[in-house]
Design a protein around this ligand. Structure first.
Ligand SMILES: Nc1ncnc2c1ncn2[C@@H]1O[C@H](COP(=O)(O)OP(=O)(O)OP(=O)(O)O)[C@@H](O)[C@H]1O
Ligand SMILES: [Mg+2]
Length: 260
């Protein structure tokens, strides 16, 4: 019996109403297609599971529609916000995913089946979120993971989700840059992790605080691509902060990180 006493049929009706109201907001037919795909029968059942487990009470509104999936704001029963990331099971970037999962001992023997790979990918992102947090890196707090869905802390305010770093004018660029470098260092030395896709697109600004997101591709140090990805992450940070007139010494930073 579902926690809130709402049966599946009733849940479906409630959900249909929410979904229809978003769809009318979206005129673009590609967007509609995305919505129909995201809320197919399988996903609806998975959301129902999160609902009956008491994790979320409502899917609030879409925050982002990306290549690999969609992020929604969700509400808990007591009105708190969460973020729900739903990976598309027909993703076009399946081959790339395999590359990141294959070298990870935590996911040995994962089949080449597309659907299973997506499920593995979302559990990889979930576990990476936990691992980053344990290492002292600010990421959204991991709340729950179910098949192709991740529930995590919502970063933002009542009125809007936190902006990407690229779309804000930083008040204290050198402070933020230093914090990001500290996070990369901590992830490496405390967590044994490399983000792997660090850029101004995958840092949200919670007020003045940077928050790392999108950690599905993050790898353990023993992954064959780890060092190459670390070079790229640091390179991206250095490049981005040049526009603020900061000159980050890439070689020195890398040496500093690898010392530990
Ligand atoms: N926890 C969160 N709180 C608020 N907003 C979030 C959260 N997680 C993700 N978002 C929003 O959703 C967007 C996409 O998230 P993310 O980067 O994790 O997914 P993605 O699969 O890489 O999508 P894309 O291909 O668009 O980058 C982010 O840019 C951000 O705006
Ligand atoms: Mg992203």
């Amino acid at each position: 019996m579902p926690r809130s006493g709402v049966g599946l049929k009733e849940f479906e009706r409630k959900f249909e109403r929410e979904r229809d109201s978003w769809r009318t907001l979206r005129k673009d037919s590609d967007d509609r297609k995305t919505y129909d795909e995201v809320f197919d029968k399988d996903n609806l059942m998975r959301i129902y599971k999160l609902f009956s487990d008491g994790v979320i009470d409502q899917v609030d509104f879409p925050i982002s529609t990306g290549k690999e999936g969609n992020v929604f704001r969700a509400l808990t029963r007591d009105g708190k916000y969460l973020a729900l990331k739903i990976f598309r099971t027909s993703t076009a970037t399946f081959k790339d995913m395999a590359k990141y999962v294959a070298g990870d001992p935590r996911f040995k023997g994962i089949s080449r089946n597309r659907k299973k790979m997506i499920m593995t990918w979302s559990s990889k992102e979930f576990r990476n979120l936990q691992r980053f947090a344990e290492a002292g890196v600010r990421v959204p707090k991991a709340v729950a993971c179910h098949q192709n869905m991740i529930v995590m802390e919502y970063i933002g305010t009542d009125s809007s989700p936190a902006p990407m770093m690229r779309s804000v004018q930083l008040k204290d660029p050198s402070g933020v840059a230093e914090k990001l470098l500290v996070y990369v260092r901590r992830a490496y030395s405390e967590g044994g992790l490399v983000h792997g896709d660090l850029s101004e697109f995958n840092v949200l600004m919670d007020g003045d605080e940077p928050v790392l997101i999108d950690v599905g591709q993050s790898v353990l140090l023993r992954h064959p691509m780890a060092e190459e990805l670390l070079d790229r992450d640091i390179g991206n940070i250095a490049r981005y902060f040049r526009k603020y007139g900061l000159n980050i010494d890439i070689e020195r930073e890398l040496k500093e990180i690898r010392k530990r």
